[in-house]
Ligand binder design. Structure first.
Ligand SMILES: Cc1ncc(COP(=O)(O)O)c(C=O)c1O
Length: 280
């Protein structure tokens, strides 16, 4: 038996074991497949051999449809930073509900919420609220291009910034092997999905993460570069923090060439220990 055949055998045994111990999850997923592509509400739920189907969650624990209990290390991509169904949050929601849930207008609590962010993050002057990370990064690019009048945006290889066409490149799913990815110092821009608008990512250049060659590439494009977007801790690539010195130099060089530096912190969960990254 070859190594690949042995790996396939182990994987198949694992898949069969998971499916056998999850009959209710399997049935729910099969039913979902009749009304949702691949049986999932979002492509990020896909898993081999089947997605987790959750029944409920409390604190640090989560239970699947087959009543198996797990330690919830995911916490809704860190949205549930206080744990699942925390009493304080539930109480606040219950208190607010009778006043309505969506006004489509300004409301009197916005100031306090925005002020909280400004007070917590040194150097943050103003806050804008968005419906999703994808929307936030899209607006950030537009702001950078609109303000500088320059066309190019730089992102880092492995960095994920949402699904819009400008940044749906080079976060690691495609590439066709090491040759397709380009040299380490000068990664190629690789679209991650068929169906992107022709040329939408033509103005997106890709930089090597935590690598000094990134600064050479920024310099090469300096007069056409509107902004550089970075995850200070790359999430989808495997929770890789940017080196502090790397971020400090990135701040310095973007300031020098008059380009925006955009920190995308969607799933770092606004944790206290990410604060030092903001304060140089
Ligand atoms: C760093 C980062 N940026 C952007 C996004 C996109 O956010 P959303 O899924 O809310 O569009 C994500 C999602 O996980 C993310 O991790």
């Amino acid at each position: 038996m070859t190594d690949n055949e042995k790996i396939a055998e182990v994987l198949n045994a694992y898949r069969a074991a998971i499916a056998a111990r999850s009959p209710k999850s399997l049935a729910i997923w099969q039913q979902n497949r009749t009304v949702m592509p691949a049986g999932v509400g979002s492509v990020f739920r896909l898993a081999d051999p089947l997605p987790m189907v959750i029944r409920r969650a409390q604190g640090s624990r989560i239970w699947d449809a087959d009543d198996r209990e797990y330690l919830d290390c995911m916490l809704g991509f860190s949205v549930m930073i206080l744990g699942n169904a925390p009493e304080e949050v539930e109480a606040a929601i219950r208190e607010a509900l009778p006043d309505g849930t969506h006004y489509g207008q300004c409301h009197e609590h916005e100031y306090g919420f925005a002020r909280l962010f400004c007070d917590m993050v040194p150097g943050l002057d103003r806050v804008s609220f968005c419906n999703s990370g994808t929307e936030a990064t899209l607006y950030a690019l537009r702001l950078a291009r609109g303000t500088t009048g320059r066309p190019l945006i730089a992102k880092f290889e492995g960095g994920y910034h949402g699904t819009h066409d400008f940044l749906a490149v080079s976060f690691g799913r495609s590439g066709g092997g090491p040759e397709g990815l380009g040299p380490v110092e000068d990664p190629r821009t690789i679209p991650e999905s068929p169906g992107l608008v022709e040329g939408a990512w033509r103005d997106t250049i890709v930089l090597p993460f935590n690598h000094p060659a990134a600064f050479d590439k920024i310099r090469r494009h300096a007069d056409r570069l509107a902004g550089v977007i970075i995850e200070p801790v790359q999430g989808a690539a495997g929770a890789i923090p940017a080196d502090r010195e790397f971020l400090v130099e990135l701040r310095r060089i973007t300031q020098e060439i008059g380009a925006f530096l955009i920190f995308d912190e969607v799933i770092t969960g606004f944790r206290r220990n990410s604060r030092p990254l903001f304060c140089s």
